[in-house]
Design a protein around this ligand. Structure first.
Ligand SMILES: NC(=O)c1ccc[n+]([C@@H]2O[C@H](COP(=O)([O-])OP(=O)(O)OC[C@H]3O[C@@H](n4cnc5c(N)ncnc54)[C@H](OP(=O)(O)O)[C@@H]3O)[C@@H](O)[C@H]2O)c1
Length: 247
């Protein structure tokens, strides 16, 4: 079998109803995995796209706002070989005005849920005596400070650190843990930025590739990290940013 195929694997992708998560779900299915498209909103459209591409998938409901409750449900979904923690939220305000409620909401979905989902996935994989693959979705704000998004930046720096720590703990047990750090990708998440002509021009002017990223650009990198081709890759945070961080 090709080192880039995922036939026979079962993958769960969080936040798979739209944007980057939807593209990842379709990409993994195109590579041969059976994909559980997990969302708090319906993932029916994603499953239709998977089936339209000749792949295999199903929709499952999973709200990460209560991370402990969400992680406790992972066992319901059967054997999983691949976990992609994609779901994330962003709340913008000047740091002097940032509310504790916004801080908690962002940290819960973007970081606490990522840890508890990784933990639940690894407990099951280790109990089966099998390895697995985890890919966490980080951000340019895993490396840079950003502005007016204090909880998002803290959470995404946390995702990068957590990815490395879990990779260290589980490498010898066959669980590879990596992250993908998307650059500026055209999704709901960046709608406000793209709608602001000034910010949009500033951002585009700095991207060496000269364009916003497409969700499918992220799916390719995630699929690679889940495939046999990446057997010896763990603890990496792979930038998929059209060259932004190289600038
Ligand atoms: N777009 C970019 O430029 C960019 C750059 C760097 C990193 N990222 C990261 O990429 C990931 C995907 O973002 P995106 O751009 O595709 O944004 P998006 O279109 O806003 O999608 C975010 C996803 O997370 C889900 N989600 C939010 N809260 C949830 C909860 N409580 N439980 C379950 N799912 C929840 C959303 O579900 P609903 O639709 O139901 O809200 C949606 O499926 C995020 O982690 C984001 O931080 C994006």
């Amino acid at each position: 079998m090709s080192a880039f195929r995922l036939d026979g694997k079962r993958a769960l992708v969080t936040g798979a109803n739209t944007g980057i998560g939807q593209a990842i779900a379709v990409g993994l299915a195109e590579a041969g995995a059976h994909v559980l498209a997990a969302g708090r909103s319906s993932c029916a459209e994603t499953v239709a796209r998977i089936q339209g591409a000749g792949g295999s998938g199903e929709a499952v409901t999973l709200d990460l706002a209560d991370p402990g409750a969400a992680a406790a449900r992972l066992a319901e979904f059967g054997v999983l070989d691949i976990l992609v923690n994609n779901a994330g939220i962003i709340r913008r305000a000047d740091s002097v005005d940032y509310t504790e409620a916004d801080w908690d909401a962002v940290m819960d979905v973007n970081l606490k849920a990522v840890f508890l989902m990784c933990q639940a996935f690894a407990r099951a994989a280790l109990a089966r005596g099998q390895g697995g693959r985890i890919v966490n979705i980080a951000s340019l704000l895993s490396f840079q400070g950003g502005i007016r998004v204090p909880a998002y930046t803290a959470s995404k720096h946390g995702v990068a650190g957590l990815t490395k720590l879990l990779a260290n703990e589980w490498a010898a047990k066959g669980i590879n843990v990596n992250a993908v750090a998307p650059g500026y990708i055209a999704t709901n998440n960046t709608e406000a930025l793209r709608a602001d002509p000034l910010r949009s021009a500033e951002i585009l002017g700095r991207i060496p590739a000269g364009r916003w990223g497409d969700p499918a650009d992220i799916a390719g990198a995630v699929t690679f990290l889940c495939a046999p081709a990446a057997n010896y890759v763990t603890g990496a945070v792979l930038n998929v940013d059209g060259g932004w961080l190289a600038r």
